[in-house]
Design a protein around this ligand. Structure first.
Ligand SMILES: [Zn+2]
Length: 298
């Protein structure tokens, strides 16, 4: 498998640079302990490399990051506190997504099948600032929520290697389409992340490893801009006459037209509700009797 060694950190690239449904596997080998960051699909082809891992640290809980946990039944698994419960049972996972029945049925089947999800009732919760000493290297969790409530960056110190997970800098843009997502938090995270003391950034999907700051900042700018573009698309769909969220539900603001999957309607709905809430709070949209219209501009 294609890999990149960065001293004690190895990145194993999933299919197509970890394009969803795959992801990139990070392993950190200290002199005292070996840690795996997440376990994407490709973990199942890395049994030798993962064997003997002393711990698994998940940057956040989503089904495509849990695929190799079954290979490490004895290793302690850490998840950010706001996400930890989701890993403890399939039922808690359901609340984590907050989808309607059809979308959840599809997601659960894929989670238990393709993604080989096995609940870990003994999951350990970590908080912002928690560190793990691996011998010569330390991992620090930095809470960067929005994608999920707990989403965290795992910073390998003193090397400045940041595993930024599903702040994946993809062309799709930020994903905040689940019950556990928060667009307002995501916007704050995207404003903070450039100040991380990092010189290498590793994403779970698509981009893989970025080793120069200019490239990182350019990708980050484009990624953040997707939120503003969605705002504009929603405002223009509202028009001056006003629309209810239900009337807007036939429109696509995230996924391209023609892309069909059982979760699309739920993800569009959850995302749209958050945009409308923020646009209203910012005075760019006005709500009356459940109808939203674009605010008059001076
Ligand atoms: Zn995710």
């Amino acid at each position: 498998m294609d890999r990149l060694e960065l001293g004690p950190v190895t990145v194993y690239f999933g299919v197509q640079r970890g394009k969803f449904p795959d992801g990139n596997q990070v392993v950190v080998r200290g002199t005292e302990a070996k840690a795996a960051f997440d376990t994407p699909l490709c973990a199942n082809r890395l049994q030798r490399e993962l064997a003997g891992a002393d711990l698994v640290i998940l940057g956040h809980v989503h089904e495509d990051h849990t695929c190799g946990l079954h290979l490490l039944p004895a290793a302690p698994v850490y998840a950010p506190a706001p996400d930890a419960e989701a890993l403890r049972s399939v039922e808690a996972m359901r609340d984590h997504y907050g989808y309607g029945e059809a979308a959840w049925d599809f997601t659960r089947e894929r989670m238990l099948g393709l993604f080989r999800f096995q609940a870990r009732p003994e999951t350990l919760a970590y908080r912002d600032g928690q560190t793990w000493e691996l011998g010569g290297v330390r991992v620090r969790a930095i809470h960067m929520p929005g994608h999920t409530r707990g989403h965290s960056v795992l910073l390998v110190e003193p090397l400045g290697i940041a595993f930024i997970g599903d702040i994946d800098l993809s062309g799709f843009g930020p994903y905040y389409g689940d019950a556990c997502s928060d667009l307002a938090e995501f916007k704050r995270t995207l404003a903070r992340i450039e100040h991380l003391p990092a010189r290498v950034w590793i994403t779970s999907h698509h981009k893989g490893v970025i080793q120069d700051r200019e490239t990182f900042l350019g990708l980050l700018r484009a990624f953040r801009a997707r939120i503003a573009q969605r705002d504009e698309a929603i405002l223009s769909a509202l028009g001056g006459g006003g629309r209810t969220p239900a009337e807007l539900s036939t429109r696509r603001f995230l996924y391209r037209e023609g892309y069909e999957a059982p979760f699309v309607a739920d993800v569009e709905r959850i995302s749209l509700e958050q945009h409308l809430r923020l646009l209203t709070a910012e005075g760019r949209a006005v709500e009356r009797d459940g109808r939203y219209r674009r605010a008059e501009t001076a």
